[in-house]
Design a binder for this molecule. Structure first.
Ligand code: ADP
Ligand code: MG
Length: 334
């Protein structure tokens, strides 16, 4: 992807001040609107230029937002060979907040990249919004990803030469979409970025950079938000804001969130927690408390491959380790 380095003017206006201007909102994708919980939920619709019609899901019982079927991914050769995904099958329920946890090196980031179509498995299939990704042309895959997915990376992945505001608006601009300034403003305010919009990433703290990345993922109104440790570099107050926004994306707008986290408190904000070990599912919890998540993670980590790392390649015949966490309904509070 070619990223413009110069002074990019986003479609929402030329500076942050424009975001304050009273504007007639234009048709936009469904958006989190958590500051106004009593507001009518707008009819979800994508702006012109969108290739895929949005199909918001409001019930966990509907078709999964993403299906992963027997995913295998192997890296390296010989002794260094690892298989972070070892025949993994799972569904990401639409309109749900799913957290994925597991020991370091258990393949969580690898899995998220596959789910979002950013990388391809050696074998197996990912079905995103009913579309199998295998065999899609690069152009179609790019369009599907752009229209359906918002990705929040562990390492922010902001464009250094652009201001916070330019970074936030970049995906919409690349897609040729108009964004609703009111919505941008709401997300920016919720994330406490209002006075940082003209700063470049190197002028921002790690927490601020991550909040810019969160705003960037949300302003396009994706059906699915895929987040790799989004609160890992945030202080607890900033982390709470990010988690609250992700929660509101699900509760208020029926978006789907998949989030990898190490933090049991963060995972407890999810509807469902999937545990991974040795490249396979190792249990799940529904509406868990932080304590239940921490206990399950401890059990899974203790039972995972010797150093708690990814499965050695060739370990595919080994039994799934334990389903240590089992399936638990602990009824924790949000
Ligand atoms: P997690 O996110 O659960 O910590 P990752 O998915 O990042 O785990 O990595 C799983 C395993 O795959 C690790 O052993 C890691 O070193 C390896 N791995 C991940 N990406 C690559 C890559 N691009 N090249 C080689 N090995 C990789
Ligand atoms: Mg990771």
């Amino acid at each position: 992807m070619t990223i413009p380095q110069s002074d990019v003017r986003g479609p929402a206006g030329d500076d942050a001040g424009d975001m304050h201007s009273p504007q007639q909102p234009q048709p936009v994708p469904h958006q989190p609107q958590s500051q106004d919980p009593h507001a009518q939920q707008p009819a979800p619709q994508h702006a012109p230029g969108t290739q895929y019609a949005p199909q918001p899901h409001h019930s966990p019982a509907s078709e999964p937002a993403i299906r992963a079927i027997r995913l295998v991914k192997t890296y390296g050769e010989g002794e260094a060979r690892v298989r972070p995904l070892d025949g993994l099958t799972l569904d990401i329920a639409a309109g749900c907040f799913t957290a994925i946890m597991g020991p370091s090196g258990s393949g969580k980031s690898t899995l998220l990249h596959m789910l979002a179509g950013l990388d391809t498995p050696d074998s197996g299939e990912v079905i995103l919004a009913g579309t199998p990704l295998t065999g899609l042309s690069d152009a179609r895959l790019t369009a599907l990803r752009r229209d359906r997915i918002g990705f929040i990376f562990q390492a922010f992945n902001l464009v250094p030469a652009m201001t916070a505001r330019e970074n936030i608006l970049l995906p919409s601009q690349l897609a040729g979409r108009t964004v609703d300034r009111t919505i941008v403003r709401r997300i920016v305010d919720r994330l406490g970025l209002g006075d940082r919009l003209h700063h470049r990433p190197h002028e921002l703290s790690g927490g601020q950079q991550q909040r810019v990345a969160v705003a960037r993922a949300l302003v396009t109104g994706p059906d699915v938000i895929v987040a790799d440790e989004p609160t890992g570099n945030l202080d607890s107050a900033s982390g709470d804001e990010v988690l609250g926004l992700l929660r509101a994306s699900v509760d208020d707008y029926g978006q789907t969130v998949v989030m990898v986290t190490h933090d049991p408190q963060a995972a407890a904000r999810a509807d469902r927690v999937l545990l991974l070990a040795d490249g396979r599912p190792a249990g799940e919890l529904h509406s868990p408390t932080a304590e239940a998540v921490a206990a399950a993670l401890t059990r899974v980590t203790a039972g995972a491959g010797q150093a708690g790392g990814a499965a050695p390649a060739g370990a595919g015949a080994a039994p799934v380790p334990g389903h240590a966490a089992g399936t638990t309904h602990t009824g924790g509070a949000r």
